[in-house]
Design a protein around this ligand. Structure first.
Ligand SMILES: Nc1ncnc2c1ncn2[C@@H]1O[C@H](COP(=O)(O)OP(=O)(O)O)[C@@H](O)[C@H]1O
Ligand SMILES: Nc1ccn([C@@H]2O[C@H](COP(=O)(O)OP(=O)(O)O)[C@@H](O)[C@H]2O)c(=O)n1
Ligand SMILES: [Mg+2]
Length: 230
């Protein structure tokens, strides 16, 4: 079985054959969603899920759940998140892969990932999946800080001290990832400083190729494609 997956919306929504059947080969579509803390990744992903049928995987939410699960990695994850540090990729990718398997979907918004070169390379090597593109929410730092301090989600890392550390991590570790994908023509930059609805208008334009037509094939054998243990 071919475990090297290229993601291709064209193959994903292939028109039915003359006899009304669908091709059996399956591709997985991944869009990475990046931007500074508070840039609106989670907010816009919720809108995209409603309109385009993607499954939203918030890396931060998966890590927060794991940190509360009492698992051996839980304390390490909690402490690293409280410092705004990036958790080892094998931990994060294991959580992402499990969520992808459990979703039964084949279109994924992976929010807050890859946050550094280790994340990026590990995902490519372990999952053998290339992203369609990176959706990058660009927002001025003053606006990021204002939003985070007003987020009121009870997060331990939304305090001014940790926020500053997270900004530093974004600049030092994540900006180079954005440059990497830009050099491959895979960066889709959105002005995220605008009001939510205006930002989503721009998001819809970028995601329009993924609008699903009724007469196309939508089958998912994610468990077969991703089922190999690593
Ligand atoms: N375009 C926007 N304008 C103003 N506030 C926003 C906008 N997008 C998101 N927010 C708010 O900013 C905070 C951070 O948004 P969130 O989606 O959690 O960002 P991220 O996931 O990138 O950290 C939330 O309180 C959210 O309601
Ligand atoms: N790929 C990732 C994503 C998040 N994280 C950790 O999770 C924290 C919160 O991530 P998040 O995506 O929920 O944060 P926001 O950008 O939504 O504010 C980060 O500051 C990191 O400590 C990580 O270690 N690796
Ligand atoms: Mg978020």
């Amino acid at each position: 079985m071919d475990t090297t997956l290229e993601s291709s919306a064209a193959v994903l929504d292939t028109p039915k054959d003359a006899d009304g059947s669908c091709p059996t080969d399956k591709k997985i579509t991944v869009v990475f969603v990046l931007g500074g803390p508070g840039s609106g990744k989670g907010t816009q992903c919720a809108n995209i899920v409603e309109h385009f049928g993607f499954t939203h995987l918030s890396t931060g939410d998966l890590l927060r759940a794991e940190s509360k699960s009492g698992s051996p990695n839980g304390i390490m994850i909690r402490d690293m998140m409280n410092e705004g540090k990036i958790v080892p990729s094998e931990v994060t990718i294991k959580l992402l892969r499990k969520a992808m398997l459990e979703s039964g979907n084949d279109k994924f918004l992976i929010d807050g990932f890859p946050r550094n070169e280790e994340n990026r390379a590990a995902f490519e090597n372990i999952m053998k999946i290339e992203p369609e593109f990176v959706l990058y929410f660009d927002c001025p730092v003053e606006e990021l800080e204002r939003r985070l301090l007003n987020r009121n989600q009870g997060r331990d890392d939304d305090n001014i001290g940790t926020i500053q550390k997270r900004f530093k991590v974004f600049i030092e570790s994540t900006l180079p990832i954005l440059e990497y994908y830009n050099s491959k023509g895979k960066l889709r930059k959105i002005d995220a400083g605008k009001p939510v609805d205006e930002v989503f208008e721009d998001v819809k334009a970028v995601l329009s190729p993924f609008a699903v037509e009724a007469n196309t094939c939508r089958k998912s054998n994610v468990s077969m494609v991703l089922g190999l243990e690593y």
